[in-house]
Design a protein around this ligand. Structure first.
Ligand code: NAD
Ligand code: GLY
Length: 371
């Protein structure tokens, strides 16, 4: 156990505040886990891939934290975004009822954003709300989905269409588990890390530039800093606007373009983080088209994304009309107006709901040319 490397960030939400512990060798840390339990029942929820990683060691380490609790393990969730579904929501509820879990149970989500979002929605709704702990195992989940309380399942008509705001009582981000992540999944998570620099922290963006090689190589010290700073930025935004009435929207920088790319490519060509990288470039180009930033700001973003291995060229085979259409269908449309997050500089963004289709076309055309 390497307790010296653990650092914690508090998500400050009054009596629903919680710690995000970040470090190495955390999966077996009962001392961090047990204070977050609401009673003596625990259900660990994970998917079939994560359950078998490292010979089942991740799951066994987590289970080992609960020697004095009644522990059940639901490890038959199939892997994949399509399984963040009503069917699996019901299957987990069935499991909890069969195993006689009651209101004082705690659900422990061990996995990426899919496991976390699904488990969180079960936790929010089973018996009107039970305990919830997140153990995010992807970089994206550590810096984004496990923090802030958005939980959801998908509806055939759209992703994340059914959900709840429901905060966990603790998050344990063990950066060691990122070593087994496929490279593409890992790199996709770096898009969200870079996003935090763009939206809020120019020094962190510069740190990412200086440490891009260490980040790409999963250097532990670099990762601890990157996850910590990302979580600090997200926690501050969430503390100010938990339910996305205003400022929290800045966390969606690049996402409106990114969602359109994902949708138009059938969710198969790009991972979410890769689409966010393309979306961030398009959003930066939009900011340049509006005269908010100079072209060198866009170049800095492109250079950093490329340095860590992310794609930067907006797909040329998507017509501007199709992209505009897809963005018009995005659920973040407010009163018929599309909201875009635009940059005023690296480290400062704002919401703009008066973007014209001409500006969008011009931004997309520029983003297609990114090299
Ligand atoms: P994911 O959960 O599908 O995980 C990616 C892949 O990595 C999966 O195959 C998974 O089994 C595997 N995996 C997970 N941990 C591993 C490890 N340590 N080693 C090896 N393989 C591992 O994808 P994701 O990118 O983590 O999350 C995407 C989901 O998150 C989407 O459903 C998205 O809607 C959601 N999301 C939610 C929020 C939020 O605020 N709640 C924010 C962003 C994204
Ligand atoms: N991923 C955006 C948010 O949590 O608000």
């Amino acid at each position: 156990m390497n307790q010296t490397k653990t650092t914690s960030v508090n998500v400050s939400l009054g009596d629903r505040s919680y710690p995000v512990h970040i470090g190495q060798d955390l999966l077996g840390r009962g001392d961090l886990m047990l204070p977050a339990l609401v009673g003596d029942q625990v259900a660990i929820i994970t998917n079939t891939t994560i359950a078998s990683l490292e010979g089942g060691c991740y799951l066994e380490s987590v289970r080992g934290c609960f020697a004095n609790q009644k522990v059940d393990v639901y490890d038959q969730l199939p892997d994949g975004e399509q399984h963040k579904s009503f069917a699996n929501y019901q299957a987990i509820l069935d499991f909890l009822m069969q195993r006689r879990h009651n209101r004082s149970t705690t659900l422990v989500a061990l996995g990426g954003g899919v496991v976390g979002d699904l488990t969180g929605f079960v936790a929010a709704t089973f018996q009107r709300g039970v305990g919830f702990v997140q153990i995010p195992t992807t970089l994206l989940a550590q810096v984004d989905s496990s923090v802030g309380g958005k939980t959801a399942i998908n509806h055939p008509a759209g992703k994340n269409m059914v959900g709840a705001f429901y905060q966990p009582s603790a998050v344990l981000a063990d950066i060691d588990v990122l070593n087994t992540l496929p490279l593409r999944e890992y790199t996709a998570g770096l898009a969200e890390v870079i996003k935090y620099g763009v939206i809020e922290d120019p020094d962190f963006f510069a740190w990412c530039e200086a440490n891009s090689a260490a980040l790409a190589e999963r250097d532990p010290q670099a990762l601890i800093h990157a996850v910590k700073r990302s979580v600090e930025v997200k926690a501050a935004v969430v503390a100010e606007d938990e339910r996305e009435q205003g400022r929290r929207a800045i966390l969606n920088y690049g996402h409106t373009f990114g969602h359109a790319v994902e949708m138009l490519t059938g969710y198969t060509r790009y991972l979410h983080g890769e689409a966010v990288a393309l979306g961030m470039v398009a959003a930066a180009q939009l900011s340049a088209v509006q005269g908010r930033v100079t072209p060198d700001v866009v170049e800095r973003l492109i250079d950093l994304l490329k340095a860590v291995g992310l794609p930067v060229a907006f797909p040329a085979d998507l017509s501007e009309d199709a992209v505009l259409d897809a963005m018009g269908m995005d659920k973040k449309v407010l009163d018929g107006r599309q909201r875009f997050i635009v940059a005023d500089s690296i480290g400062s963004v704002q919401v703009d709901d008066a973007v014209t289709s001409m500006q969008l076309r011009s931004a997309i055309a520029q983003a297609v040319l990114s090299k």
